[in-house]
Design a protein around this ligand. Structure first.
Ligand code: BTN
Length: 259
């Protein structure tokens, strides 16, 4: 999975031929690959392709993050992937973000042998840095789930001014990673967590999710108000206890934690 720290090759590309040996399940059929595009989300939104279709790019000119933010990475350094899904109507999108973040955290753990965590509602954390994020967009009951994972960026290639301090697997471990193998691992794990969630809801993955809850017990601010995060609840909301002794369950939004 890993190459040595002084190996300066930026990538095996993420073209189908490189990733095919690592595609072990039904995700990746079909597999759309672009060296450059505006956003992998746009390759799948309204495409009419079946569940499990995957779009991957080496570089995006208009990568989309959550809350209208952009998502940037130099060419061929990271994983930029979108997956087309058709979840049952009774399942909620915020839960799907957690399910995807869990799969990404597991893939990061497998690659680095370090514990990765999930910062509610959608961030993948390693050593207190955000190494990945999830965004989902819906058209006509079809969800396009986008995952960005910072893999081989050097420290000075990471974006400035992000609300949560970013990191990459390389900047945090000093090792470069085989992105094709990591993408395959991510898609395999996503299929497993997604299927469990489809069948059982968040209860199907709650043990693994709860064990990786980054905010649990941390001091946080919510819309400027100080609080303590309690936990990700079984329905996917974030339980917090405010300093004014109120308990709240957040549906969405952004939580800042004390460094
Ligand atoms: C976040 O804001 O944390 C979510 C970032 C999601 C970025 C990924 S990269 C692949 C896919 N294509 C996009 O334009 N966005 C998502």
């Amino acid at each position: 999975m890993t190459s040595t720290g002084n190996d300066i090759r930026q990538s095996v590309s993420l073209a189908f031929e490189a990733v095919r040996p690592h595609l072990l399940g039904r995700f990746g059929k079909p597999y759309l690959y672009e060296a450059e595009c505006e956003s992998t989300q746009l390759l799948l939104l309204g495409s009419g392709l079946p569940e499990g279709a995957v779009a991957v790019a080496e570089h995006q000119s208009g990568g989309r993050g959550r809350l209208g933010r952009s998502w940037t990475a130099p060419p061929a350094t990271s994983i930029l992937v979108s997956v087309l899904l058709e979840p049952p109507t009774e399942r909620t999108l915020p839960q799907l973000s957690l399910v995807a973040a869990l799969a990404a955290a597991e893939a990061v753990e497998r690659a680095t042998a370090l514990a990765a965590q999930i910062k509610w509602p959608n961030d993948v954390m390693l050593n207190r840095r955000k190494v990945g994020g999830i965004v989902s967009e819906v058209t006509d009951g079809t969800v396009v789930l986008g995952i960005g994972l910072n893999v081989n960026q050097t420290r000075d290639q990471l974006p400035l001014g992000a609300p949560t301090e970013p990191g990459s697997l390389r900047s945090l471990t000093g090792t470069t990673y085989d992105r094709a193998a990591l993408l395959g691992s991510l898609l395999t794990r996503l299929e497993r967590t997604y299927d469990a969630w489809r069948e059982y809801g968040l209860d199907g993955v709650y043990g693994e999710l709860g064990a990786r809850d980054f905010l649990r017990g941390r001091r946080v601010t919510i819309d400027g108000e100080p609080a303590t995060a309690v936990q990700i609840a079984r329905d996917g909301r974030l339980e917090v206890a405010t300093d004014a002794h109120e308990t709240r369950a957040l549906e969405s939004g952004e939580v800042r934690f004390e460094a």
